[in-house]
Write a protein that binds this ligand. Sequence first.
Ligand code: PRX
Length: 675
Amino acid sequence: MTQNNLFFSSKEFKNKAWVKDKKIYKEAEKNPVKFWEKLAAKLFWFKKWKKSFVHNPPYSRVKLGTGRLAESENRPYFQWFAGGKINITENIFEKNLLGWEKIKNKTAVIWEPEPTNEEPKKLTYEELFKQVCKFANALKKLGVKKGDRVGIYLPMIPEAIISVLACARIGAVHTVIFSAFSPAALKIRLQDTGAKILITADGYYRRGRIIDLKKSADHGTKETKVKKVVVIKRAGNKIFFKKTRDLWWHELLKKENDYCKPAIMDAGDLLFLLATSGSTGRPKQTMHACGGYAVQAYWTGKWIFDFHQNDIFWCTADLGWVTGHTYGCYSPLLNGICFLFFEGAPDWPKPDRWAQIIEKYGVSIFYTAPTAIRMFEKYGEKIIKKYKFKKLRVLGTVGEPIDEDAWQWYFKNVGKSRCPIVDTWWQTETGGILISSLPGVGPFKPAFVGLPFPGIKFDILNEQGKSCKIGEQGNLVILPPFAPGLLQGLYKNPKKYKETYWSQYGNKAYFTSDGAIKDKQGLIRIVGRVDDVLKVAGHRITTGELENAVAKHPEITECAVIGIPDAIKGEVPIIFIVSKKIHKIGFCLEIKQEIIEQIKKEIGPIALPKEIYMVEDLPKTRSGKIMRRILKKLFIAEAPLNNCKANLTGQDLGDLSTLSNPETVEKIKKIIQQK
Ligand code: PRX
């Protein structure tokens, strides 16, 4: 159904939806704390909380659980479910809200390997539970205790889920590192979290090739505290196996009992650390706590994706990202539904692999990123025409703004004009979705994420801290009582935590770093980041991170990274480099190749630039600050998200009078023109 570019789901959909009445918003707004308290009470707690929400708690009087870390005691500015005792795996298995007897023989995970000639695997809830317990017992034998950090550097194989849940079972803090990250990126993350154990695999398949993951793990664990490495045999490739340190997963599990008692966790104890890009070169480790995260993961999944017993859910995100954590693992499991876990790339070996998978398993809810949708669109409608997608009933998108064209394409060609699209806004920091229209309520408006989830209060503020008018762009902030799953701090970095999230508007508003606009229905449109974060194919990378990687090259004296719009990836990096040897023949090409290799080594292939320009100098203010804004203005998109063209007309570059070297702008323009 459509009305003035607003879409609503069908009556039939509404009738079956968990939430169909918009009065839920009013109810939640009256008293958001009570609202969340009611939702939280549905989960299983060993002991109920003493206080559901405290703003600015007096920390000296708050009893900290064992997973709490002393160096972070001066955070956060709020607490949810203080004093409550919980274990998320108990809520997934024995105390699942659907009832253990009902779900134990049901398929929890369907694993689709990348090679098409390999058999998929299915694990029932009971089988998964036993594996989790076995590995949890093995971890305990390796000396892992409550609060210890465990690194997980794995491809999309069932053991990745088992590892995450095994940590949660015993109260260890999992810290998953995306398997495509380079050894250097792995090392930083292991150093920052202080993990003593790493779980990895021999190798995995990517576009038909075997990637030697163990080799990366061997390099990445150097100069870290990692004492033991558990290795899963996945690809069967030859690896270096250090007997005093490495252990085979299958051998470890052989000896273990299939039951492990759950650790009793304080609501505020750490469940996981997950690195994300911040405003500096080094990633920040976001801290997520057991109680609030479980509540938010359960309810947002249930209401936004409208999880029902017979659903088959496919979230395409890798477990290495927060979307993979919450909706590719915890949320579907807490809701007792079946979900798909796919090892490969969605367009390999053929562009319609993703469509084949949806059809083969009868996926009913499909959750992916705009970058993937634009890629599917690029391959053309022809390749998916033959698919009926009869079982599909809800579509989701996440990670970056979705433009109207991609939205319409997704709606018509994948959803066959019958499935609501839930555009979901959230961040690594928020732990779960916070803005999205509910599928049984709507409305859905292309390019708008929708309404805040019931019980979550947002505002859009101008620089002075005043609420923006309808249609006016400002900074998106979350107001008290914030969100139960919102990060509890940045690991070992309370200063950065305060600076990044709580300094723009004080401790009464969490600063999201996103620009946003509200329409008259209260629907929110995300304009994009207001900091130095780029979203490249939905992945979060900072200009600082990339600049650090490039600057390590000995011939580079200076560099600047900007993000420009891209038709498929949403945004791509462009790098400007300065070197003394600029005039040496052949040097340019050589150095560019070396920089590509350097980025692969320092970060991984996700951060590769679209273009590298060798320039004599970078535009700078008199105080020496590089003006990335001007470099960016040299590239102006003809239309949002269309192929970006360089703006070489020289118009509208802003005021250049503050530059100490305005002549560089002309020179850079010429270099771009030569391309
Ligand atoms: O800018 C917003 C964008 O992604 C950022 C968070 O990135 P990350 O921590 O990697 O988490 C991504 C997955 C949860 C946000 O600050 N973003 C996320 N979802 C949307 C979005 N922008 C527009 N629309 C969305 N639905």
